[in-house]
Every structure is written in C-alpha cells, then in structure tokens.
Design a protein around this ligand. Structure first.
Ligand SMILES: [Fe+2]
Ligand SMILES: [Fe+2]
Ligand SMILES: [Fe+2]
Length: 420
C-alpha cells in the first residue's frame, strides 16, 4: 500500500495552502482548469504533459505563499508582487518539484505579451495560455480593481495574446468552461484529471517536499529544522534497524511533522525570547492543525508519526498525553530526532548547543522517561557519525534553500527592465 494516493497529493496541497489563503488556492484551481481545457482543445499533448501543465496552473501563484500576512487578503495579485511571486514560484517549482523543467511557465506568467520577444522560452505558447487564464479569472471572477472594464478589447496583443484568447473562446464553445466554473462542476473534472494518471512515487514525494519546503520558506529556522529532523530520523531508523516499510513511513512522518506550523504567526515561530503561556498555547496547536490537514489523506501510520512527536513516554506531552505503551518505535524515533534537531540547530532564541550539552539534555530526558531510552542510547553510541553524515548531506537540502535565496537576487537583477 502506498503512503498516499495520487488524488490525495493534490488534496493535501489544496488543504494546506487553503489554510493560509483560500482565495489564492481557489484562484489556482480555476486557472489550472481553464488552462487544462484550452490545452485539451488543441489535442496535441500527452496525458503526462496535460497533467504537468494543470499542476503548474494550479500552483502558478505558489510564490505568494512565502509572504507573511496573507491570511484572508483578497487582492493578492498586485503589481508590486508580480515579479517577486513569479520568481519565487519559478524557483520553488524548478528546484523542489518533480516538474522543474517546465517551471519557467510560472516565471513568465505576468510578462506582457508584447515583451515575450525579450525572453526566449520554448514554453511560450503554454505560458501565454496560462497568463490569459490568470487574467480572465482576475478580471471576471475576482474583479481585480487595477483592470479596466475594457481590458480585453484594449490590450489584445499588447498585454495578452490574442491567439490565446481565440483558443479560449473555441474551448469555451466546446466545453462550456464558464458554466462549469459557475456551477462548481469543474472541481470534479479537475479531480478526474489529477487521478486519471497515476502519479509515480517520485512525483508524489516531490510535490509533498515542495509543499513542505515552500511553506517553511518564510522562516529559515523552520526549513532547516524540518530538513534536519528528516535526516536524523532516517539515520536513527536505520541504526535501530526498523523495517523498510517503517522506514518509509518514518520519512514521510518526519517530513510532515510540523506542517501545521503554516498556521502559526511568524512572530511566534521566530520569537527571540521564551514564549508566553498564551503564545505557547498557539504554538502547540500546530499538532492539531497537522492532524486536521492530513487526516484521511495519508496512511494512518504516517499520520500518527507526524502528530505524536510531542508526546512523552510518561504522559506529560501533547496533544493527547499518550504514554509509552501507545507510542510505536518510529513515533518515538521522530520525537528524539525532533529534539536533536532543535538542540543542534540555531533557533531565533538560541545558538547551536555544543555536543556535550546536547548529549546531557537528551540523556536526562531519556532517564526521566520522557523519550525513548533505546533510541537515545543508540544515538549516543553513534553521535559523531550521525552529525557528520548530516553535515555531509545537508548540502542537498539546506543548500538548496540557500541556493533559492541567492538565485532570487540574481534573477531579479537580470530581469530588471524586462518586466515593468
Ligand atoms: Fe500571479
Ligand atoms: Fe494568478
Ligand atoms: Fe512540532
């Protein structure tokens, strides 16, 4: 049995991003649907291409999610975010998703049609279709204030491609796109498209990683924490010789363990001091939010690993206050990995601890029956090699994160002047 079914990958993405801002998510689905229908009309793409383009359509504004204070804003696509969110969206998709080679479609989705000559893209046609779908939804459904009433007559072949418009009209005639949007039936059709093609494990894993790292992106500590928790958990799982299936579940459980932090305000996530009782209460809610998002969408073992990482063997943890007899070894391993990652990493309120202090704290927790003694003992025997491996491997994950930040600067400089 797989960890997660194909259509549930999209459901998780939708639900998670919907927690941050439902408007952007719905906009993405509508644009993804319109794009799909336009390309379907042309009948020249393979199923895999159609699937990839539809996903790109759904995720075209994913670069917006790194911005703080997005909750409930209605007018998210304003001109001053055009270039920023296009570049971030492009970089997230390029480096973190399984459809990276098509990511430049997102990079240019706000490029005016008459400026396309300034860039070279083999995806120009699809990009123009996406740009048109985006403008149509912004104009018709969302009624974005900056678009004048005669936008679609005035700016044909300057701001948008007339050819893409004609294609949309033909597709509209054949499929009744607008009616499907109005009565909501497009949602079933969209689910259909996304489940018709079975995603490979790699495709699913790629999208989940992209989701987690994209939303963690707003807080460097959180990104690095997730990445090191995954690494430590996998290493501990191997050292503890758990089975292949458990190892796989451990990976996904660790990857998703702090997903619920998307709903926690940055000032709490990045708080430089100790959290007040009230702030702590908010922070602890990330476990329930993770549970709310993932319930029914990932296999039960993965879910339980993800939501039990703050439970303690003596029943003093949260959010259920479970005790040792309820907690499986993989669940206990992620709890240890989570603490190790927090102690080893830099946080807003502390620097990295030295190894003696980290070992002392972990041993005390194990002796006080808070966390798994056998896992901590195993870690103590292998401490230096675990840290060394993590340091060697972190280039692939943490390095990617830093690379995205750097590339953002480079691309914005390069394209200054191309996009107004
Ligand atoms: Fe956009
Ligand atoms: Fe958009
Ligand atoms: Fe947590």
């Amino acid at each position: 049995m797989s960890v997660i079914s194909s259509q549930n990958v999209n459901a998780i993405i939708r639900k998670t991003l919907g927690v941050i801002n439902a408007n952007i998510m719905v906009h993405g689905e509508i644009v993804g649907y319109m794009l799909y229908k336009m390309l379907e009309y042309e009948q020249k793409y393979s199923e895999q291409e159609l699937l990839d383009y539809t996903m790109l359509g759904i995720l075209h504004d994913i670069g917006l999610y790194r911005e703080e204070g997005l909750n409930n804003v209605a007018d998210f696509e304003t001109e001053d975010t055009f270039w920023t969110h296009s570049i971030y969206g492009f970089l997230f998709l390029k480096y973190l998703s399984p459809i990276g080679d098509r990511a430049e479609i997102v990079l240019y989705h706000h490029l005016d049609y008459n400026r396309f000559g300034l860039v070279k893209s083999k995806y120009e046609h699809v990009t123009e279709c996406l740009a048109l779908a985006d403008k149509m939804d912004n104009f018709m459904r969302r009624k974005v204030a900056s678009m004048e009433p005669d936008y679609f007559t005035k700016y044909r072949d300057t701001k948008f491609s007339g050819q893409a418009m004609d294609l949309f009209m033909k597709a509209e005639k054949r499929y009744g796109i607008m009616a499907n949007l109005a009565d909501g039936s497009f949602k079933d059709e969209l689910n259909d498209i996304l489940s018709r093609q079975t995603f490979s494990e790699k495709y699913k894993k790629g999208f989940l990683e992209m989701l987690v790292y994209t939303i963690d992106f707003r807080s460097e500590h959180t990104v690095v924490h997730t990445m090191s928790t995954v690494n430590f958990a996998e290493q501990l799982g191997r050292l503890m010789r758990i089975g292949a299936r458990e190892l796989r579940d451990l990976y996904y459980g660790a990857l998703l363990h702090d997903l619920g932090k998307i709903a926690i305000p940055l000032n709490i996530l990045e708080s430089p001091g100790r959290l007040s009782d009230e702030e702590m209460r908010v922070m602890k809610a990330h476990v329930q939010i993770t549970e709310m998002i993932l319930s029914g969408l990932v296999n039960e073992d993965v879910l339980q690993i993800a939501i039990r990482h703050h439970e303690k063997l003596d029943g003093t943890g949260y959010h259920r206050g479970l005790t040792e007899k309820d907690l499986t070894l993989p669940q206990q391993i992620v709890a240890v990995a989570d603490i190790l990652s927090a102690l080893y990493g830099k946080r807003s309120y502390k620097g990295s601890f030295d190894s003696d202090l980290i070992k002392k704290i972990l041993n005390e927790d194990a002796d006080n029956h808070k966390i798994s003694k056998s896992t901590v003992d195993c870690l103590m025997r292998n401490y230096d090699s675990v840290i060394k491996k993590y340091e060697e491997q972190k280039g692939e994950t943490v390095g990617l994160y830093l690379n995205i930040k750097q590339q953002y600067e480079e691309i914005s400089k390069k394209f200054e002047g191309i996009v107004q």
